[in-house]
Design a protein around this ligand. Structure first.
Ligand SMILES: O=P(O)(O)OC[C@H]1O[C@H](O)[C@H](O)[C@@H](O)[C@@H]1O
Length: 567
């Protein structure tokens, strides 16, 4: 039963509900004609420019959203996070990813202990290790320097580092430091992913980093055992010490796995998996590839947003504005999805990272105190870089469903390209689309316009765009390690803001457990059937018949000998 403390019972929430009607009467075409409104609906921090004038919102809407933030005690909740209070109540943990990028002299307590020196202790160890590794002083079992790194991990131990690696790959400064090196990721337990991750690599020159907060994740541990076998079968058991290292909060299990504890890099239970890219989870593999100084710039970028988020008034606070607008779109205008559209191929892996960050954080069914939510939280996040997406799913965004879009653009490309005689540079060509699409969505195209263009009557309805489709534009000055860190932190905090307003716990993820435990029953059944010929028992008829069909076919892999990928 809903209690009086629920956000949806507040006057401020009801005030926004009452305001929906006024907004429904407006069209972005008209709202965009008001230059003062457009100027007002912007914010800037360190050259990052947010234009949210194409949201279905007015100054009045924003005023009401700020009031909602007050009613939700947003300021206090942000402060509690930075203070190290145990805001992840279902796991009794602080939420301190901000400590991972705090300056050396910062003081951030968890359980009364300043965690910043510990954080820097691990970063110093990573710096030292990566320097030894990159200088060639760290040699493998056959005396060769290691130039390839395979980072084994899944979920938060994969998506953030992959996003940052993909973004840095084409940054000229970072790329210079990565010359002659490869960083790959192995996430899926699908043996096809194992094959892809080690294709054309020689164990002699490869370092495997096993990344797992818990060091119990089934997929990661099987993949780690598989790559251990790949190393041993080629170089012998003694090679593991030089070719495998680990990142985890569970150093006991790292040791039991056979990795030298000196080559294990710690992090802490107050870092959520999906918030862990700034811990050794990301910092270690990225430092091996690009060197620690580049990664430190990334951390400084994230830290600059932490300050902005904690200290700026809400009216100028980019993560707060973004979070409030998302709440407005989801809970009041009823738009369940959000498209993340970076006009930058370097940000190709940004949307997959945000999918986990957002959907695992805010896809919840109850308030933080366990009371059933009377409204839905979280968005369905998806996205692709522009302009690729334009040739894929934008049809639906323009004429089908209304999906609020985040357009993310970069002023200065990582890679300047121009062909003499062309109308524009290649980046300007890309950005022409970045500037055009939000207006196409907002304004649409009316039947009157089509008539004036002499469009045949039979096509008028098909070629009409209703417009009034909300988006926001985030323009970054460039895309170096620093801005990549800023972008990450903007989204991390935006998602936290949404959770704080809705009153849910954005930092646990109980919803992933059920599928895992059912998979464990299936695993036992597969083993019993394959190895002992036992029948399939204990499942419903659908699952039983699917399993039986799967088991009846000739298996492609024998159970009596080790088999490693051949590609
Ligand atoms: O880092 P690990 O402990 O291996 O966890 C990897 C992933 O496992 C689960 O799926 C969680 O839902 C994710 O949040 C986590 O990132």
């Amino acid at each position: 039963m809903a209690s009086a403390a629920l956000i949806c019972d507040t006057e401020q929430w009801k005030g926004l509900q009452a305001h929906i009607g006024a907004i429904q009467k407006t069209h972005l075409r008209d709202l965009m004609g008001d230059a003062d409104r457009c100027n007002a609906l912007t914010a800037e921090y360190e050259g990052i420019f947010l234009d949210y004038s194409r949201q279905r919102a007015t100054g009045e809407t924003m005023g009401k959203l700020f009031k909602l933030a007050e009613a939700a005690n947003l300021k206090e909740k942000i402060e509690k996070m930075f203070r190290g209070d145990k805001i992840n109540t279902t796991e009794n943990r602080s939420v301190l990813h901000v400590a991972l990028r705090a300056p050396r002299d910062a003081v951030i307590n968890s359980d009364g202990v300043n965690v910043v020196p510990e954080v820097w202790g691990v970063k110093d160890k990573i710096k030292q290790f990566s320097e030894t590794f990159r200088s060639g002083s760290w040699v493998g079992a056959t005396g060769k320097a290691l130039t390839n790194v395979v980072s084994v991990g899944i979920g938060g131990s994969f998506l953030g580092p992959l996003f940052v690696h993909t973004a840095l790959q084409t940054d000229p400064e970072a790329a210079k430091y990565a010359e002659g090196r490869q960083l790959r990721f192995l996430a899926n337990v699908d043996p096809v992913d194992v094959a892809r991750s080690i294709k054309d690599l020689d164990p002699e020159t490869t370092l495997v980093v096993v990344v797992s907060k818990t060091f119990t994740t089934a997929e990661t541990m099987l993949n780690a055992r598989t790559l251990k076998e790949w190393i041993i079968s080629s170089l012998g058991p003694h090679a593991v010490a030089k070719h495998m290292i680990a990142v985890s909060t569970n150093l006991k299990l790292v040791k039991e796995f056979g990795i030298d504890p000196n080559n294990a890099f710690a992090f802490w239970d107050w870092v959520g998996g999906r918030y862990s890219v700034c811990s050794a989870v990301g910092v270690l593999p990225l430092s091996l590839q690009y060197g620690f100084p580049i990664v430190q710039k990334f951390l400084e970028g994230a830290s600059s947003i932490d300050d902005h988020f904690r200290l700026s008034p809400f009216e100028k606070n980019i993560p707060v504005l973004l979070g409030l607008l998302s709440v407005w779109n989801v809970s009041f205008l009823g738009y369940p999805a959000r498209a993340i559209l970076p006009y930058s191929q370097a940000l190709e892996k940004f949307a997959p990272h945000i999918q986990q960050l957002s959907m695992e954080s805010n896809g919840k069914g109850v308030f933080i105190d366990g009371v059933q939510l009377p409204f839905e939280t979280g968005e369905i996040d998806f996205g692709e870089p522009g302009t690729n997406g334009q040739h894929s799913f934008y049809q639906l965004i323009h004429q089908g469903r209304v999906i609020p879009c985040d357009f993310i653009g970069v002023v200065k490309s990582q890679q300047p390209v121009y062909l003499k005689g062309e109308t524009v540079t290649n980046h300007d060509e890309l950005m022409s689309n970045f500037f055009a699409q939000p207006d196409a969505l907002a304004y649409g195209k009316t039947p009157e316009q089509l008539h004036s263009e002499k469009v045949p009557e039979s096509l008028i309805a098909h070629k009409t765009f209703q417009g009034n489709r909300p988006s926001l534009s985030l323009l970054l000055p460039s895309l170096s390690a620093y801005e990549i860190g800023q972008l990450l932190a903007i989204y991390e905090h935006r998602i936290a803001v949404q959770g704080f307003i809705w009153g849910i716990n954005s930092f646990d993820q109980w919803g992933v457990e059920l599928g895992k435990s059912l998979a464990s029953q299936v695993r036992k059944t597969l083993h019993a059937s394959r190895v002992e010929g036992k029948p399939v028992l204990g499942f419903n008829s659908s699952t039983s018949s699917l399993l039986t069909r799967y088991l009846t076919a000739e298996p492609s892999t024998p159970y009596n000998a080790t088999v490693l990928p051949k590609v």
